[in-house]
Write a protein that binds this ligand. Sequence first.
Ligand code: HEC
Ligand code: HEC
Length: 199
Amino acid sequence: MTLIFKTKAILVVAFFNALLASAVVNAAPPDALAGKAKAQICFACHSENGISLTSEIPNLAAQPSLSITYQLIQFRGQQRKGGGMEAITMALSDQDMRDIAAYYAALPPPPARPGNADKIAKGQQIAGTQYCNSCHGSQLQGQKHIARLAGQSPEYVMTQLKNIRSGARIDMDGTMGSAARGLSDEDIEALATYAASLN
Ligand code: HEC
Ligand code: HEC
């Protein structure tokens, strides 16, 4: 079991290293204006302003562009599944993904959402003790390939944390899987409430 998991993790890491290497060769610079035109098909769910229409759909506004690009590549490659995103990404080239990511990354972040004060305080504490903020940023604003959680839909964050914890969603290098493994359902709710309360 452990061996299978490790092998899988090594393959995933190898895949992403290859991806990184291929991404820097022959890549035109990302073009947010072209990205806006290409993102028309996304607006029905993620909106033009990157603030999604329902709680199951993630906000994309101010997400780090590399994080958006990597998630799109994972959907297209079927390593990640959900929300019909596998089919939607099928027709996108790497350049389309970088352009669309540049468009959403440049938008103003979603507004903070008020929530239960005890849950917010508990979530903030766990984010510190579990080092969430060392990867996702001090205000959970995201960085590089690591998602912004600030202002994200709490329902979406809870679903993703549970899927990552169970292994239903495999993360690209195993670090997020380790981070989620020890969390209880209560911890997850507190973390999602805290993240949503940030801007
Ligand atoms: C029919 C609605 C729908 C459309 C259209 C759609 N999405 Fe999504 N998208 C979703 C849902 C739902 C999820 C959450 C999937 C999950 O539960 O894992 C998602 C997830 C994502 C994520 C992952 C975000 C994260 O923080 O991990 C990205 C990036 C994304 N979509 C980008 C796009 C782009 C770019 C387009 C247009 C090319 C697009 N989506 C079109 C519904 C949609
Ligand atoms: C070692 C760095 C690291 C730590 C620590 C970490 N994360 Fe992550 N997190 C990541 C990476 C990388 C991803 C993207 C995973 C992927 O899809 O491949 C991610 C993804 C996520 C997602 C999915 C976001 C989305 O938009 O789909 C959530 C939610 C999340 N992390 C929450 C947390 C919480 C809460 C903690 C603390 C308990 C935490 N993370 C700790 C690196 C980290």
